[in-house]
Design a protein around this ligand. Sequence first.
Ligand code: PLP
Length: 469
Amino acid sequence: MTQTAWLGFSIDRNSGTPVFEQICAAIRDGAITGGLEAGRKLPATRVFATEIGVSRSTVVTAYEQLVAEGYLEAVRGSGYRICAMGEVELSRKVDPVRPEADLAPRGFPLPFEAGHPDMQLFPHRQWAKAVARVCRVAPQSMLVGGSHLGNPDLRKAIAGHVAEWRGIDASPNQVIVTAGSTDGLEVCLRTLMGAGGTVALENPGYMPLRRFVEAQGMQAAYMGIDGSGAEVPGDDCGARLAILTPSHQYPLGGAMSPNRRMEFIRWAERGDAWLIEDDYDSEFRYAGRPIPALAGFDHLNRTIYVGSFSKIFSNTLRLGYLVLPESLVTPVADTIRRFGAKASFMPQQALAEFIDKGEFYRHLRRMRRVYAERRKVLLARLAGWRDFGSCVDHLAGMQLVFHLREGIADREVEALAERKGVIARALSRYAVAGRGYNGLMLGFCAYGEDEMDKALDVLEDCLHQVAAG
Ligand SMILES: Cc1ncc(COP(=O)(O)O)c(C=O)c1O
């Protein structure tokens, strides 16, 4: 280390920080703390460079950097001086809280965290092949952004997917790639609603959506859920947009009846309103075929379809899509242009090929088989918990709701279980206060049978404890 007489700081040649940065930091510090008072002249660059054993150009670059930052001023013919810092009182540097915990890689989810596919069964080899092929054959499709509405081949593949799986007849131009359904929903809200506008939301429902609506200064009109799905809002509630999960209500799980679908379409036509179909996990039906989408039923007249690859492929890919009525393509494209496209472009061509080559469907069919088995295991065990409550089987989705009997508070069970490493989210968290939901959300897709079995032992113990008061 070289100690400078003038600044009293040491140059540490073994540190990873360049010498130039070390000089800047020492002078900045002195100027801020007052150790180097305003107006003080700095040593001439040649003298300073010799003293600390660096090239003169290193010192000149450091001084010029500090001039640009406003810590030094260059005085013609007489070198550099410390600038006055004014009366700014700087807050002390606060040590970050638990940085190790925040930066530590997160492991796989804990049972029964809901909404997670089993990423240990991700088709690594096939996906790697698709990515490698694109790198080799069409690298420009990964590296050069292209349209902010998404990769053309992926938009085409998605149009094919929703036609076959969801009964939606749309051209690729009506498909826009998003960063998952959350982004898709936000883009729609930004396009169709201003601050102060009213949006009809399901209750119970998807909390991040509710928080976004509130944060944008929009009003929420809550729709209760009955045996046919969400209840149609009254014409006088002021909403011109309703966000629905018709294939698999989130979080309760039922499908919306055909009659109720018709009522919503009539409501939208009557009020010149829009319906947004959030179809986050509809590919997972365990009996018969997937229920056709509301958007297909409505021929994309008043319904916007929001889809996602998070559940069927990977949560971490962060890709989803919108399928839009023709009349909304330009307004939505304008919103994306204004706020910036969030979807990652790099994996889109590989995903298009993965779908076109059938790998995507092989994976989807495999996952359906695996999840169906896991669901069966969970249901069988829950059937033995009659003293605590009951479960309605909707033959779909990635989680089950176990409705607790009166006297067993879901949040108490949730807290107790979490302390023991089991995540059973309280159903009451998904409802606006006072709606009287009391149950546990149990995701089953990401957990093997043994893992579930052990976690169910823990949960059963917690239920006994809370039930005993
Ligand atoms: C009802 C509902 N909508 C949207 C999303 C968000 O999905 P994505 O990961 O595609 O943003 C979720 C995620 O769990 C969800 O449950």
